[in-house]
Design a protein around this ligand. Structure first.
Ligand code: FAD
Ligand code: FES
Length: 291
């Protein structure tokens, strides 16, 4: 059974969009929430943001970067294959209200998770700037889709091959310096979200970051996603994923995401090699460091 993949597209190198029919999830999903899936019955559980949601046709869209064993396993599935299970929607939805002018800053895989958030802010009557950054032109996706959802789309590339040369924070600063900005949300790699927080701090602009620490159960029970916000312990899966970016202890949470780096590398190399050789993992007894 499971969730049959109805659509799959390689958006750019190593980043994929897939669609599945998921009535219970799409019925309740809101911007900023995520799901946790297992590719197969022996898989670890990985969290991915709800990138788009067609409530009428009950179609859930997720966009992911194939960075390690499980996301590569997911990328190896094709249309017609099934994902073992998907749990969601999880997490507190992004708080949407009419602030005035909003900037959504999205870096790397963050562009897709930011789409529904930006769209919801626009629908609430805000002027929405989307600042979408990538290393290079080939890694930019969903440009037209994003343009239709926001008031102004700004693209940055580190190497200047498309849009403005530089980082998302450079363009965000230019916007802040030329108009009154009421709210900023950052979605993407943690160093980028920290940089956005440091940029807006002196301007005293309310800023939130959609945090992506390691998650296991997604229900507040295991403690894997623990982070410190304003000196208090929070669990990103049930208290977040969005938190006041000026209060997050980024050093702690960035260090925690590296805890299993060696195991992840070993697991990725070992399991991917076994899969390439066509050897069944169950027969080898190889397990993920976290399982
Ligand atoms: C709320 C949330 C939403 C996310 N949304 C997206 C998304 O929409 N698209 C996307 O591409 N990625 C998203 N991620 C990150 C994604 O979950 C990880 O890339 C994935 O779990 C990596 O697993 P792996 O086995 O392929 O790689 P691994 O080699 O196991 O890990 C690669 C890196 O991914 C991170 N990671 C590993 N396991 C987990 C885990 N269980 N939970 C969270 N992070 C982990 C670690 O930083 C690690 O160093 C999200 C994470 C969170 C917490
Ligand atoms: S993922 Fe286990 S407590 Fe959040």
């Amino acid at each position: 059974m499971g969730y049959e993949i109805l659509y799959k597209k390689e958006l750019c190198q190593n980043q994929y969009e897939i669609k599945v029919k998921a009535p219970f999830i799409t019925k309740n999903a809101k911007a900023g929430q995520f799901i946790i899936l297992r590719t197969d019955k022996n898989s670890e559980r990985i969290p991915l943001t709800i990138a788009d949601c067609d409530k009428q046709n009950e179609i859930l869209t997720i966009v992911y970067m194939a960075v390690g064993y499980t996301t590569k396993k997911l990328a190896s599935l094709d249309v017609g294959d099934c994902i073992e299970d998907i749990v969601g929607p999880l997490g507190v939805p992004t708080h949407i209200e009419k602030y005035g002018t909003v900037i959504c800053v999205a870096g790397g895989y963050g562009a897709a998770p930011c789409y529904l958030i930006a769209k919801a802010f626009k629908e609430a009557g805000n002027k929405v700037h989307m600042v979408m950054g990538a290393r290079t032109k080939d890694l930019i996706f969903w440009e037209d889709k994003m343009k239709n959802a926001v008031s102004e789309l700004h693209i940055t590339t580190d190497d200047g091959t498309y849009g403005t040369k530089g980082f998302t924070t450079d363009v965000t600063k230019k916007i802040i310096d030329t108009q009154k900005v009421d709210y900023v949300i950052a979605v993407g790699p943690m160093p980028m979200m920290r940089a956005v927080a440091e940029l807006t701090r002196p301007y005293k602009i309310k800023t939130e970051a959609s945090m992506n620490p390691i998650m296991v159960d997604g229900t507040g029970m295991c403690g894997a996603c623990r982070l410190t916000v304003g000196g208090k312990v929070k669990f990103a899966c049930v208290d977040g994923p969005d938190f006041d970016a000026h209060l997050i202890d980024f050093d702690e949470v960035i260090n925690r995401t590296k805890i299993y780096k060696d195991e992840e590398k070993r697991c990725d190399e070992t399991k991917c090699n076994l899969i390439k050789k066509g050897i069944e993992l169950e027969k080898t007894g190889v397990s993920n460091g976290r399982n």
